[in-house]
Design a protein around this ligand. Structure first.
Ligand code: HQG
Length: 179
């Protein structure tokens, strides 16, 4: 169906713009941008989609995963390839949240939150969003409260992405508690 095609194209765009530009013959610049026309070529050679449909996929993406500006496109976050999104450090809200699996919690309670494959640990401003993130995982879920106020006062830097995801390098255990 059309919806399935849109999801597939969107997932492939995330894959290419975050992790494997080479796979589509693309090269990202230092801040993760690529000419829209180049991406369009890669997508139309692989999928039966038009330029207008690609633009609609970008604009209708529920999580605003991509920014299209000045004929360039980039993923807003979640890269594994080296990019500098030019984020500025800002003071976080007092509490932030992280939704994860009960299994992961066994190691998180010993090691703290690590950035794993990504460039930062991703945190949510509210419990509802953290729950949605957790539900991507199988089995039981845990919502963690992060004492962001104390982390910030003790020298940890925070960044906020275009779409309101809070980012930090790591969260040591002393700042974590199950919500
Ligand atoms: C876990 C999606 C064991 C961490 C979502 C998470 C979000 C540990 C997983 C965004 C650990 C990494 C981010 C440790 C962390 N031991 N497990 N010490 N430290 N973990 O996907 O936060 O679709 O990289 O709890 O909606 O789940 O990409 O991070 O379960 O906004 O746009 O390791 O990704 O958005 O998983 O999700 P991820 P996340 P997109």
């Amino acid at each position: 169906t059309k919806a399935q095609l849109e999801t597939e194209v969107s997932k492939y765009m995330s894959y290419v713009l975050r992790h494997a530009p080479d796979a589509a013959g693309l090269t990202l610049d230092g801040e993760g941008w690529v000419a829209f026309e180049e991406l369009e070529k890669a997508l139309t050679s692989k999928y039966d989609v038009s330029r207008a449909e690609i633009i609609a996929i970008i604009e209708n993406n529920p999580k605003k995963r991509f920014t299209l500006a000045d004929n360039r496109i980039r993923a807003n976050q979640g890269h594994s390839v080296e990019v500098d999104l030019a984020l500025t450090a800002v003071e976080p809200p007092a509490d932030l949240f992280h939704g994860t699996s009960a299994i992961a919690w066994h190691s998180i309670e010993r090691e703290g939150l690590k950035k794993m494959q990504r460039h930062h640990v991703h945190l949510s401003a509210d419990v509802e969003t953290a729950k949605i993130v957790a539900l991507r995982r199988k089995g039981g879920h845990v919502i963690l409260r992060v004492d962001a106020a104390r982390m910030f006062s003790e020298g940890h830097s925070f960044f906020v992405s275009d779409i309101g995801v809070w980012l930090t390098e790591s969260v040591p255990v002393q700042y974590l508690s199950p919500d």
